[in-house]
Design a protein around this ligand. Structure first.
Ligand code: UVW
Length: 318
């Protein structure tokens, strides 16, 4: 596309929440999730059905990751073979044996929370911190404060794949806040202020079906930027956007050719937490079966000092 604008130009007039929670804030819109929101989420629990939303790390069928990242590698460090003759197994009184392993993983390479300082443009990250404070590790708005705080509230599933009558949304398909509202209406549920928005596309099913060709012309489906969409998220005080795609939004905006506009307009500017690569299949099947699309959502990523993101296994409890 000719004349792709830079993000600074595109988002020149876009609103921010910088300073709203003080000059030292590092968790942004998660501040909306106060005790009243936790109790509102708890009130959605009716029968105790529990769903874990993390995608398996080390899936024998493969781990979908953003192009340029690689899936986690798990290495066995100790197992029973280490106590074979000449092995390195340590000798403990009483004959204890044990298994140990480690992983080498992109912190953004599985179901994960992005730190608010994970993306930026124009030299400023969330809350106006200087982007140079990311060098060597995030001095501000790392994932650590999000991990310390956690995200608990009323979650609402918007099953966009079912709404469009598709098994999975295809590459580059887009939808808007108006479509989210229409999906909610069809599901018989209302999107309330401060809801944690959980969007199902089932797009990653195509990763498992297509293999390497999944990455040809990589462009995930998802929400697409407009000033009205940004206002919608801001006015409803949405704290957290959770999806089952790798990057939570259409990868390249078809209207302007810019990559990951909403990472900037929603996360960098409004402080909305992004949770990516969730597995929403069991939850979605249950919601379709019982017609209840709201639940308690509870998640806390791993506490990792100065990190850009961290793995998480969110819970949805109905
Ligand atoms: C990028 O921002 C590049 O990736 P993600 O937020 O999906 O981890």
């Amino acid at each position: 596309m000719a004349d792709v604008p830079d993000l600074t130009t595109l988002l020149r007039d876009a609103p921010t929440n910088w300073g709203k929670w003080g000059e030292h804030d590092e968790v942004g819109a998660l501040n909306y999730l106060d005790a009243a929101q936790v109790l509102r989420g708890v009130s959605e629990i009716k029968d105790g059905k529990t769903f874990t939303l993390q995608r398996l790390i080390g899936d024998p069928k493969g781990d979908p990751v953003w192009p340029g990242r690689s899936p986690a590698e798990r290495t066995m460090v100790l197992d029973e073979s280490d106590w074979d003759k000449g092995g390195k197994g340590p000798a403990f009184p009483g004959g204890l044996h044990y298994a140990d392993d480690k992983i080498n993983a992109f912190l953004q390479g599985s179901t994960q929370y992005d730190a608010l300082g994970h993306v930026w443009h124009g030299g400023k990250i969330w809350n106006g911190y200087d982007a140079r404070t990311t060098i060597g590790g995030l001095d501000h708005a790392s994932v650590e404060p999000i991990a310390q705080r956690g995200a608990v509230g009323r979650g609402i599933l918007l099953d966009m794949a079912r709404y469009y009558g598709k098994e999975a949304l295809g590459a580059a398909e887009t939808f808007t806040h108006v479509d989210l509202e229409a999906c909610a209406a069809k599901q018989g549920v209302t999107i309330e202020p401060r809801d944690i928005i959980v969007i199902r596309t089932n797009h990653l099913q195509l990763f498992f079906e297509q293999g390497d060709s999944f990455y040809d012309g990589f462009c995930e489906p998802g929400l697409v930027y407009s000033p009205e969409l940004v206002d919608w998220f801001k006015d409803r005080e949405i704290p957290n956007l959770v999806t089952d795609t790798i990057a939570n939004e259409v990868t390249t905006d078809p209207n302007n050719g810019v990559a990951l506009v909403l990472h900037n307009a929603l996360m960098r500017n409004l402080g909305i937490a992004f949770t990516e690569i969730c597995d929403l299949e069991a939850l979605a099947a249950d919601c379709a079966a019982d017609g209840r699309y709201s639940f308690l959502y509870a998640a806390a990523p791993l506490k990792i000092h100065r990190a850009t993101g961290a793995p998480v296994n969110p819970l949805a409890i109905k």
